[in-house]
Write a protein that binds this ligand. Structure first.
Ligand code: KG4
Ligand code: ZN
Length: 336
């Protein structure tokens, strides 16, 4: 069995992991960057500098924790797109230097795909075909997998992402960042019908998403209420916002899975940690005899274990990157 050392540095989390090719996680270290909290969002240059500061030390600790050494590593994996370009370059340059000095193959992966492959860590027997819903701070995409290497995007957001909408709503309510987990917790026990919010692109044959109108509606509602009223009805407002964000995710994913005759749905990305999304998707899909898979909570967030998981099929197929490969911040099907 081979060992893969992997890096994730596409946004504000530095992560280093070691997995064997049976998807077993030997170590998965994640260092988040609380330094961004004062700014209410991620500051790209600060993120790159913190990756640069953390990555070496984290690699040393990862090797120690996995009780292994660099000489036992068989391949180096790293995410190269999409993401913050300065942040991606730190991970890629470090991974290239290791691959070159150790004379081991370099495997590059798409960050979005790696979120999907996080499911293989919890469910190593998972087999395509399936429909994957990737929902994070920057992505809202439906990906149709015919096989592990044959897939296409069949729906995507036309503007903002679902996670961004959670974050924006929490910011407007003065709740902090990232907003998803805070709203998720506040929403429990709240009345999801308390605030009437729009349901964008409701047409049955439309599998794209749109969150900019919903963001505006949430903003309009919040600024028209007094701080006391918002505080008093915090839980109901959070539940209403959460329901409006996840409603199109659930209905469109199930409709598309049925249209494509898929019996399996995978969800991935930070928003896949949302408790209501998990429960409601499971319940709705069960009505059509469709199984729903999601990664454990820790593996929903950005982490390097998912990067290694996405690299495993490439490792087995000998799909290695040239050391001249560059990082890319662009989102898109071509780059998957
Ligand atoms: O995948 P991720 O860690 O980073 C990106 O690639 O964007 O996702 C972060 C996003 C944030 O927008 C955060 O608010 C959201 O995932 N998130 C959640 C939950 N946990 C994280 N959204 C809803 N409910 C949650 N429990
Ligand atoms: Zn992500």
């Amino acid at each position: 069995m081979s060992l893969i050392l992997s890096f994730e540095s596409s946004c504000d989390d530095t992560s280093v992991a070691i997995l064997n090719t049976d998807y077993e996680v030997l170590v998965n270290l994640i260092s988040s960057q609380p330094e961004h909290l004062d700014f209410g969002g991620v500051l790209p240059e600060l993120a790159s500098r913190l990756h640069m500061k953390n990555i070496m030390h984290m690699t040393q600790i990862a090797l120690q924790k996995a009780n292994t050494s660099l000489s036992e590593i068989d391949a180096i994996a790293v995410s190269i797109n999409p993401g913050l370009i300065g942040s991606l370059i730190v991970g890629l340059a470090f991974a290239k230097a290791l691959a070159w000095s150790l004379q081991r193959p370099l495997i590059t992966v798409n960050h979005l795909l790696s979120h999907i492959f996080a499911n293989y860590i919890d469910h190593p027997d998972l087999k395509p075909p399936f429909l994957a819903l990737v929902v994070s701070g920057g992505h809202t995409e439906l990906v149709d997998f015919k096989s592990a290497t044959d897939f296409e995007i069949v729906g995507k957001t036309l503007d903002d992402a679902a996670g961004e909408t959670f974050d924006k709503a929490a910011k407007l309510l003065g709740l902090g960042f990232p907003g998803g987990p805070i709203i998720d917790e506040l929403a429990s026990g709240g009345d999801a019908g308390f605030v009437k919010l729009p349901n964008p692109l409701p047409q049955k044959d439309n599998y794209n998403f749109s969150y900019s109108g919903l963001k505006t509606a949430i903003r309009t509602y919040i600024i028209s209420q007094s701080p006391e009223y918002l505080q008093e009805h915090e839980s109901d407002i959070a539940a209403s916002i959460q329901a409006a964000i996840i409603r199109p995710l659930i209905s469109k994913t199930i409709r598309k899975a049925r249209e494509l005759h898929h019996r399996q749905i995978l969800i991935a990305g930070g928003v896949a940690a949302n408790s209501a999304l998990r429960v409601e998707l499971l319940q709705q899909a069960a009505k059509y005899d469709i199984k729903v898979f999601f990664p454990s909570l820790k593996l929903c967030m950005d982490n390097a274990a998912m990067v290694a998981a996405a690299a495993i099929p490439k490792f087995k197929a000998g799909l290695f990157a040239d050391l001249s490969v560059n990082a890319n911040s662009i989102k898109g099907t071509k780059l998957l």
